[in-house]
Design a protein around this ligand. Structure first.
Ligand SMILES: [Zn+2]
Ligand SMILES: [Zn+2]
Length: 194
């Protein structure tokens, strides 16, 4: 069991059980745009603009309080659903809009830093390095393992029906909150500050 909470404590939950996971640093410009949208770049990003993400099956996620404070945004109408806490702007995690692709990439800001290594191991993949800020770029690491484990999470959630136990989607398969879609010019603005 690993605790999950937003910075102000209104949203609390936990990660239950065990299963396949990915721990990764993502240097893509979309993750950075999300951090800037929330005004959380200093908390969320490392020196080269990377976001640490912990990817698991959504069925392992359980909210204990404050579920009604969840909000979500998509950077475009086809983008991932990026969940955050409306109370304090803490980034929570990224999912697809399709409930059958049932992973969540939890963002380190809602996890317990002190227990990350013990619970998730110290092996961290490094992805999308070409768009890291500054030079030299970090070295890409662990991509094939990430892809394989990602597929495993999706397929096992699908076959076991675990995707139906996601706290993020309704029984009819819609996100629990309607994600706002960021206007294109706003995304351009968020990405132009690089
Ligand atoms: Zn909060
Ligand atoms: Zn990313």
């Amino acid at each position: 069991m690993h605790p999950i909470q937003c910075k102000c404590g209104a949203i609390r939950g936990q990660l239950e059980g065990t299963g396949t996971h990915n721990r990764a640093l993502c240097y893509c410009t979309d993750c950075r745009a999300f951090a800037r949208f929330l005004g959380k770049a200093p908390d969320m990003l490392d020196k080269q603009g990377g976001t640490e993400i912990f990817q698991v099956a959504q069925s392992r996620l359980r909210f204990l309080q404050g579920e009604d404070r969840l909000a979500a945004i998509r950077l475009s109408d086809k983008g991932m659903v990026r969940w955050y806490a409306s109370c304090c702007g803490t980034p929570i995690g990224n999912t697809m809009a399709n409930p059958k692709i049932s992973f969540i990439g939890l963002i380190h800001t809602c996890l317990d830093q002190a227990q990350m290594n013990e619970h998730f191991g110290t092996s961290v993949a490094v992805l999308n390095v070409d768009t890291a800020l500054g030079n030299p770029k970090p070295k890409q690491r662990g991509l094939l393992g990430v892809v394989a484990r990602f597929m495993w999470i999706i397929v096992t959630s699908r076959i076991s029906g675990g995707y139906r136990r996601s706290p993020l989607f309704t029984a009819s398969g819609l996100p629990r909150v309607v994600p706002k879609i960021l206007p294109a010019e706003e995304l351009t603005r968020l990405k132009s500050t690089e």
